[in-house]
Design a protein around this ligand. Sequence first.
Ligand code: F6R
Length: 609
Amino acid sequence: MCGIIGYTGSANAVPKITKGLEVLEYRGYDSVGIAARTSDGVTTVKCRGRIGSLEEKLERNPIENCTCAIGHTRWATHGGPSDVNAHPHRAGRVVLVHNGIIENYKVLKEEMMKKEVTFLSETDTEVAAAVLNDCYAETGDPMTAIRQATAKMKGSYAFGILFDEFPGEVWAVRTGSPLILAKGQDGYYLASDMTALLPFTKEYYCLEEGQLAHLTPTSAVLYGSDENPKVPDWSITAMTPESAQKGGFKHFMLKEIFEQPEAIMKSVSPRIVDGLPNFSADGITADFWRQVKNIQIVACGSAMHAGLVGGRLLEEIAGVPTSSYIASEFRYHPPLAVDGTLVVVISQSGETADTLAALRYAKESGLPTVSIVNAVGTTIAREADRCVYTYAGPEIAVATTKGYCTQVSVLYMMAAAIAHATGRIDDTEARDLARSIAEDAPKAVLDMLERSEELRQMSARLAAREHIFYIGRGLDYAMSQEGALKLKEISYIHCEAYAAGELKHGTISLIEEGTPVIAITTEAALYDKTESNVREVRSRGAYVIMLCREDAPNPETSADEVIYLPTKSTAASLFAAMTAVQMLAYETADRLDLDVDRPRNLAKSVTVE
Ligand code: F6R
């Protein structure tokens, strides 16, 4: 999704902006641009396509003596990808870049057109620029103009703004879309994403909702709803520039799959005290868990799939009725809350618009909320009553792997904590469960990764097909849904997940000679039933790859290929299967020579509803 980078200081701004734009590439974009302030005014260079095209333009017409600039990567929403729709946009004496969506842009555009304003692009952003310029023309004061203009806008926005009359100064404001300030040795920065700031500095501040920032080469000042200026309360990020680089791996996705053992350990170990599951460091006491009678998990995409797996674990281990909802649907048929309902929202980026809207809806409904978030200081992390961070580190590949896997590990630990707090399991059982999550899970991921070549061989058959099915029961059905999403989103092969017992109620008619069916059977108690479903599809021509426990009775007689999973604990088999489906997806897409890290049409952080 769109990305913003800005700088003002004593150094050459253009290389900084292009560097920041390169880092933002992973978010997904289709056009790119820069507005650079020089002694001659503001020069804008922008184009459809990749940063390489922008750099070629900049090489042909270099921008000299520039120490203040803003840049943008655009993921098209209003108007297709084109040079003219690319940001920055100018209106009168204002130049700006924008993330988010101005929902009432049509009304505002009509108002502006009545004032004889003409528009070059189809974007809502150019309309925002025109409204801001209109207010600026009346007041001559950037801050008042920004306040007046944003008061007219509905929707979500993060703006980086230059005003012609204020050389070397950058203004920023956000509502709904994230924006981070940073303080470097040689000036001040602005970005929509922490990773874009890592090449320059570690000192950062996340703008709050509605907050306005004014950056000069030597200062950063914040303005809230009152007039009183504030100095940012800077924090230091633990991320390093290396954490956002490939580190010798062919793709970020592969690197991130290999980072999973460490990410699981980092995410669960702060939640174990004296060997027992314990979330007190997150401000969640055993007493809080004891009040929980019902859990509603809300998230999007893979995070929702993590919720499906987590929901099973919460019900089985903690005995708490749990439902998982797609965030964009949550508001349209609000689930019935009972006394003791807890809403858990899950988001790797912490900024997903649908998840944020659902969180706000839950809070407005008076329900207690806990978020599970990876990106520190983000809106969902801040707005939930309590936040449990996953410590996966920056996730660059659009398709999540370590984000998902750490979400599951934290939910697993939550199930153990609730079960222990309510006395459903005793100390010994709780210790064993916590140990299995903290030790068996990372080990199982590592062991599966040692079998990468085996999985690569299997992917040859997948890469050659147009349709693939995942099947499973219970926990395995929940995991199948993530397996299918991972495979289809990066390989562009149609892949569906089915509850194993449901195929014969219609979908089995799609099985033909050679259709790959991947069956997951981590649950020993459900093996026989899923194995019968495997036989049903195989006798209709399916080519079956079965993921099953090492102690499964003769799986080779039922499936064409078998991936054995460890039996040491449920955590071990679950995380081994998770890694196998991620690797199958990765290897299939890589075999097809696709842009694994940046699949078409997708964006990393989906900040529009
Ligand atoms: C798929 C994927 C998406 C995200 C979804 C939610 O690989 O990454 O489905 O899981 O967009 O994103 P977050 O977790 O950032 O809220």
